[in-house]
Ligand binder design. Structure first.
Ligand code: FES
Ligand SMILES: [Fe+2]
Length: 366
């Protein structure tokens, strides 16, 4: 699937720019291949407009704000928060009836969220954001060269811990993944799993536990198409709730947005330590996800990728996203694989993989 070519994904909300970054002027953001300018209107609410002046195409994000309107840096044409041209400084008040595209924009969880077209679902709820027992930590805001589905399926893939995270919490001696119990919902699915992890002294403040091995009891959620909540609880009672959205920029690029909610205090574990702790883990994921093909194929019948039993969450995502596209009158758009030069070993891999699929465990995956 080439994400930005699937029009259905334009009908979801995505976090773009942090609200506090808008207080010192307009900012650009590229969403699903569209260049946007974000700024604050006269009431301090975020606005998202097309980042292209109707005069000579200059980027409005290079301009500035005046009373909640945006001024083009080139000749000063000014647009209001609905995208209408309201001022041409070179004339005596005559303003042509022109506008730039205005998109739905909402302030939530410290970010400006944008939906390019009529949304199919609301912004998902994070009850902890209004719960005084939790603190919100802005963990990451990074551009990665990968597809959003790759990040989503990775989030529910217990089989990668031992390998990708061997330098942090992964246990190479125990590569067999814990099973996920999945319950599908209208918004995606809920997943429950308990994972055993290493708990080195450097992790004690993070987990609130001191045993060399500990467990993460996880109640996770996937919000179609590219949002997830990873709700971990340690035996100490410490909750570590990670919220991610893989906001699609281009087919091969996402903005990784990660918020963390914790039910402990700064004295128990400083925010900076939590950022550094998860940074090492996230960096391990980035390294491997940037080494995958951004054309993550939804239709498993094409057998372009092989699967194993622990891939079930990612396979459910593929089926649900394919259904979603079809319900909205679209088919999956991918690169053209029919013209791909035959690669040595490819046929063999396919044969082996279909043979293996007949084995218990593998068969049930599809
Ligand atoms: S290009 Fe924007 S005012 Fe001229
Ligand atoms: Fe990971």
């Amino acid at each position: 699937m080439l994400t930005t070519q699937q029009k259905t994904f334009r009908r979801f909300w995505y976090p773009t720019v942090r609200l506090d970054a808008l207080s010192d002027g307009p900012k650009p953001f590229r969403l699903m291949g569209e260049n946007l300018v974000l700024f604050l209107d006269a009431e301090g609410q975020p606005v998202a407009l097309e980042d292209r002046c109707r005069h000579r195409t200059a980027k409005l994000s290079k301009g500035w704000c005046e009373k909640g309107q945006i001024v083009c840096p080139y000749h000063g044409w000014t647009y209001d928060s609905a995208g209408a041209l309201v001022r041409v400084p070179q004339t005596d008040g005559a303003v042509p009836r022109l506008n730039v595209e205005a998109y739905r924009c909402a302030a939530r969880y410290g970010y400006a969220w944008v939906a390019l077209e009529e949304p199919l679902a609301p912004i998902f709820d994070i009850p902890e954001d209004r719960d005084p027992g939790f603190r919100r930590i802005f963990q990451f805001y990074e551009s990665w060269r990968t597809a959003p589905l790759r990040l989503m399926e990775n989030s529910f893939d217990n089989a990668h811990f031992s390998f990708v995270h061997k330098r942090t919490f992964g246990n190479m001696a125990q590569p067999k993944p814990a099973k996920y119990e999945i319950e599908e919902t209208d918004y995606g699915f809920k997943g429950f799993t308990v994972a055993e992890i290493l708990n080195p002294p450097s992790a004690h403040q993070v987990t609130g536990c001191t045993e060399p091995l500990t467990t993460r009891t996880m109640h996770n959620h996937w919000y179609m198409p590219f949002g997830r909540r990873m709700d971990m609880e340690y035996p100490s009672g410490v909750r570590h709730i990670i919220i991610n959205v893989a906001t699609p920029i281009d087919d091969d690029r996402i903005q990784l947005i990660q918020l963390l909610f914790r039910n402990d205090t700064e004295a128990d574990c400083p925010a900076q330590k939590l950022i550094e702790w998860d940074a090492a883990i996230v960096e391990e994921d980035r390294e491997v996800l940037e080494a995958t093909d951004c054309d993550a194929i939804l239709d498993v019948q094409r057998k372009i990728e092989a699967h194993m039993p622990s891939d079930r969450p990612g396979l459910i995502m593929r089926r649900r996203l394919l259904d979603l596209l079809r319900q909205n009158g679209e088919e999956e758009i991918t690169r053209d694989y029919s013209k791909a030069p035959a690669r040595a070993g490819l046929a063999t891999t396919k044969e082996v993989s279909s043979e293996r699929l007949a084995e218990p465990g593998f068969e049930e995956v599809l």
